[in-house]
Design a protein around this ligand. Structure first.
Ligand SMILES: C[S@@+](CC[C@H](N)C(=O)[O-])C[C@H]1O[C@@H](n2cnc3c(N)ncnc32)[C@H](O)[C@@H]1O
Length: 252
């Protein structure tokens, strides 16, 4: 074959080989692009942040009481509830700061205010504005200048951080629509070593009671640990008095 033909054929062959090689390299580069992109660029955000501890309820609650406040003032309530003993167990003494969550008529607020004296204070927290007014008027009438009535939110008692040494929820927990949120906010208002007492009655949630086990579980979700349990508040096997403290292992 003439040299010119050979070199033309060779050139064509070379061109074909070059084109094929380029295509192959190109394919290879394209197929590698996603890998490069993923290794050299900012990593994508995690698929979904792990859900924080569930803080909403999937059990029923009772409607907040809106009736006549005199029902909380019956004659032998102090004796039946052994309220002095309750206050002892919560460490309520002269000079301490106390919160009464779901204060109603201010029945417990007034007793706590007398015990803590002028050097202490009691936050009477209510979501019902009329009850807040009632407590303010009562405190003025009974000359309890250490009482501060607070209009709380359904999910937040609205207390200052690190402001209380003891908290009582007296026959209120079963009405709280978002107890885990309330307790989480409350924990931030409690000073180191502060105690939270919950007095309620076993029930289904919407029958003016709530199971003790549900309260313990929800309090733990909110960062509390059960430290004591008593049944003297009404020795009928239905009512319970639970005492919690902030779980020191929980930091949020
Ligand atoms: C059954 S009454 C008990 C009143 C009082 N603790 C007593 O035993 O004399 C419950 C009260 O809790 C209040 N309450 C319900 N949910 C609340 C919440 N999330 N924060 C504050 N108070 C609440 C209601 O308005 C009602 O006055």
């Amino acid at each position: 074959m003439p040299r010119a033909h050979l070199s033309f054929g060779l050139r064509v062959l070379l061109l074909l080989v070059t084109a094929a090689t380029t295509t192959l390299i190109g394919c290879s580069a394209v197929s590698q692009q996603p890998q490069r992109a993923s290794s050299s660029q900012t990593p994508p955000p995690p698929a979904a942040a792990p859900q924080s501890i569930k803080d909403t309820l999937d059990r029923p609650t009772s409607d907040p009481y809106t009736g006549e406040l005199s029902i909380f003032e019956y004659a032998d309530r102090d004796r039946k509830l052994q309220i002095e003993r309750v206050m002892d167990l919560l460490g309520i003494k002269a000079g301490t700061a106390v919160a009464d969550i779901g204060a109603g008529s201010g029945w417990f607020t007034a007793r706590a205010a007398r015990r803590v004296g002028p050097g202490g204070s009691v936050y009477a927290v209510e979501i019902n504005p009329q009850y807040v007014k009632h407590i303010e008027a009562r405190a003025a009438k009974e000359k309890l200048s250490n009482v501060r009535a607070v209009l709380g939110r359904e999910d937040d008692p609205q207390l200052p951080p690190q402001s209380v040494d003891a908290v009582l929820m007296l026959k209120t927990y079963h009405e709280i629509e978002q107890p885990i949120r309330v307790l989480t906010n409350l924990r931030r208002s409690m000073r180191a070593g502060a105690r939270l007492g919950i007095i309620d009655r076993n029930g289904k949630g919407d029958d003016h009671g709530v199971d003790r086990a549900a309260v313990v579980r929800e309090a733990e979700q909110a960062g509390f640990a059960l430290v004591e349990e008593h049944d003297f508040v009404k020795p009928d096997g239905m009512d319970y008095f639970l005492v919690f403290q902030a779980d020191t292992k929980v930091t949020s």
